[in-house]
Design a protein around this ligand. Structure first.
Ligand code: NAP
Length: 495
């Protein structure tokens, strides 16, 4: 493992468009400041990157009013007219992809190659939904009486309140804003205070693409105040949240007062199953992609590895070798393949999970410790002989730690995998086709990767079952959460 040296801060950003770095919120088509500000730091260096305005209840209420005012005209536009603007926004994002990626790496810590990938992924949602929303077809239903005709249409749900996390600072936004705007909704978005710069840069480009004022509003700062407005204001008809399960549950409960439509993309606890008949090259590559991408900070990250006894030792040795070879460091420099954790609190959680596993008899195959330096770095870690009751298996670790548990039978693996309140993503590696269908069907998860560790794409539905959430993002299903279904029942007078 090589530590890559940090070089210093803002000069390395080297933005071709320095005006993409904004410190004001975006409300009703205007850039608004606040009385106070907060620090956005680079998690790799601890340096302050920007001091955005700390906005709160007043700005959130103004933003909701702007979104409500913009709604009638925006929703009345033909779908193609809205799609043209979203496509222009998509093109601008790709045109400025390098700047957006550099900003993202600086505020979030992921390696530049991953940030470039996320920018492309984020843009893809705009293109997809620009196309998809032109085909929000209704149906006609044979009437229940001779003189009745029934027509079903789908209409924009209205003003959308959205709250997004820090781990995917751009894609979690476009996955919500894309379908919302495409079908005619308007949006008030609160990005995480840890990563607001990507959101604000996206808003700069949305404005340039021709998005009318008030259609998209960005308010960052006091999360409880902004969250309170977005979950209780009766003008907000839909609330969509991506983040941790406890915060999602709390905010969803608040939405009950005004019976909002609610979508939740919450935490996962993904099992990664390797059977004796698996292709081990694929299994190790899948494990590396699923576990160590974004320093283990994705909601679909493999969190628990269940490996059948016949391949356990071989898989463990090869995974440890691959993890030990990762270059860890500042995402903006050199050959970095794993960046820092988002902050010290995140690193403490990872350390606690590792200590708990070791206390229960686990063995370190590689890594296992926090790394020196200003950022919250943690060694890529593989632990063998983890007990199924370890914290690593019961909670989302959100860090670069693969804990391996040995199993004997398929039934045992399925039972272990399903023994959780989460149900977002699961992974299965086997060359037995019958097993693919049996295990794929038995896993209680919204998404199952079979012989692959990468499952996210704008064309497939993304979302969880059980306490991992409600609704689906991306794909044709991603539109449904932003439209209300209306029945028109017509009486036809006889001649
Ligand atoms: P988090 O702490 O729940 O924060 C998510 C968002 O909620 C942030 O914008 C945060 O704002 C805001 N927030 C926190 N407390 C709030 C409150 N009292 N009122 C209103 N808003 C509040 O989650 P996180 O640590 O950022 O994100 C990681 C979690 O997200 C993990 O559990 C991960 O699995 C999950 N996730 C799920 C998916 C999915 O699609 N299922 C995708 C990505 C991530 P501030 O940051 O400004 O405080």
């Amino acid at each position: 493992m090589n530590a890559v040296a940090s070089l210093g801060e803002r000069q390395r950003l080297a933005l071709q468009r320095p005006d993409l770095l904004r410190e004001q919120g975006f409300v009703g088509g205007a850039w608004v400041g606040g009385a106070t500000a907060f620090d956005v730091t680079n998690p790799a260096t601890g340096d302050v990157l920007a001091r955005p305005a700390r906005l709160g209840r007043t700005e959130a209420e103004t933003a909701v009013a702007a979104a409500a005012a913009a709604l009638p005209a925006w929703s009345a536009r033909p779908a193609k007219a809205r799609a043209d603007i979203l496509k222009a926004w998509h093109r601008l994002i790709l045109q400025h992809a390098e700047d957006l990626a550099r900003l993202m790496t600086a505020e979030q810590g992921k390696p530049l190659a991953e940030a470039r990938g996320e920018v492309a992924y984020a843009a893809a949602f705009l293109e997809w939904f620009a196309e998809e929303a032109r085909r929000v077809y209704g149906v006609t239903i044979p009437g229940h009486m001779a003189d009745k005709r029934i027509v079903v249409t789908h209409e924009a749900v209205g003003v959308v309140g959205a709250i997004t996390p820090w781990n995917f600072p751009a894609a979690m936004i476009t996955r919500k804003v894309g379908p919302a705007l495409a079908v005619g909704c308007t949006v008030v978005l609160k990005p995480s205070e840890l990563t607001p710069l990507s959101a604000l840069a996206l808003a700069v480009l949305a404005e340039e693409a021709g998005l009318p004022e008030g259609v998209l509003n960005i308010v960052m700062g006091d999360a409880p105040e902004i969250g309170d407005v977005l979950t209780t204001d009766p003008r907000v008809r839909k609330f969509t949240f991506t983040g941790s399960t406890p915060v999602g549950k709390m905010l969803a409960a608040r939405c009950a007062g005004t019976v909002k439509r609610v979508s939740l993309e919450l935490g996962g606890n993904a099992p990664f199953l390797v059977f004796d008949d698996a292709d081990l090259d694929k299994a190790v590559a899948g494990a590396m992609a699923s576990k160590f991408r974004n320093t283990g900070q994705t909601c679909v990250c493999a969190n628990r590895f269940y490996v059948q006894a016949g391949v356990y030792d071989a898989f463990a040795a090869r995974l440890a070798e691959a993890a030990a070879a990762l270059n860890v460091g500042d995402g903006l420099s050199g050959p970095t393949e794993q960046g820092p954790l988002i902050d010290e609190r995140a690193r403490e959680k990872v350390s606690t999970h590792v200590a708990d596993a070791l206390g229960g008899g686990a063995r370190v195959l590689t890594g296992g410790a926090a790394m020196d330096g200003p950022g919250a770095f943690f060694e890529p870690t593989v632990l063998a002989d983890v007990g199924p009751g370890a914290l690593l298996c019961r909670e989302e670790t959100f860090g670069p730690v693969a804990g391996l548990v040995r199993f004997e039978t398929e039934a045992e693996a399925i039972a272990l995998a399903n023994d959780t309140s989460a149900g977002l993503a699961a992974y299965v590696f086997t060359r037995d086709n019958a097993r693919v269908w049996r295990v794929g069907g038995a896993l209680q998860y919204g998404m199952v990767g079979i012989n692959t560790g990468l499952i996210s794409t704008e064309v497939a539905p993304f979302g969880g079952v059980k306490e991992s959430g409600l609704g689906r993002e991306g794909s044709l299903y991603g539109v449904r959460d932003y439209v209300d279904t209306k029945t028109l029942c017509l009486e036809v007078e006889p001649e």
